[in-house]
Design a protein around this ligand. Structure first.
Ligand code: MG
Length: 167
């Protein structure tokens, strides 16, 4: 019998001057970027945590500690690739992913297709299995004043023995 499991991820990174803004694996033109040990891609970090959570494999900090210099400045897409490999060795593959960015600015609409393409290729699923959306908090709180960006992700993972389902 096949099994489907659900995972949830959440992440926050501070916005600072002098860093590129990388969201969903795509560099977005913007005067501020996210601060972090890796490229600080808050959306990919939430996604990785959701996938690891679904497989009961802990969290991104356990697998890629920010005390490890080999992860300094690393593309989070590479971390995502490793997360997919880790769940594959536990007998799981990604079913679908729904990722929400919480940011007052900039508008990410023009970049969503490119994000979905990169994420779905990395996760070895069709782009129809990956949804990306964004919301503001109406100027309220740390995301609303532009101090940080947050992201939430929900995923399903599927027993690898299950036949692929249509997108
Ligand atoms: Mg993070």
């Amino acid at each position: 019998m096949s099994t489907v499991r659900i995972g949830f991820g959440y992440d926050v990174h501070r916005l600072v001057e002098g860093r590129p803004l990388i969201l969903g694996g795509v560099e977005i033109p913007y005067p501020y970027g996210l601060l972090g040990h890796s490229d600080a891609d808050v959306m990919i970090h939430a996604l990785c945590d959701a996938i690891l959570g679904a497989a009961a494999l802990g969290d991104i900090g356990r697998h890629f500690p920010d005390t490890d210099p080999s992860y300094a400045g690393i593309s989070s897409i590479r971390l995502l690739r490793e997360v997919i490999a880790k769940i594959a060795s536990s007998g799981w593959r990604l079913g679908n992913a729904d990722i929400t960015l919480v940011a007052q600015a900039p508008k990410i609409g023009p970049f969503i297709d490119e994000m979905r393409k990169g994420i779905s290729e990395t996760c070895r699923v069709s782009s129809g299995k990956v949804n990306i959306k964004a919301t503001t908090t109406e100027g309220l709180g740390f995301t609303g004043i532009g101090e940080a960006m947050a992201s939430y992700a929900v995923v399903t993972i599927i027993d690898s023995s299950m036949a692929p389902v249509r997108s």
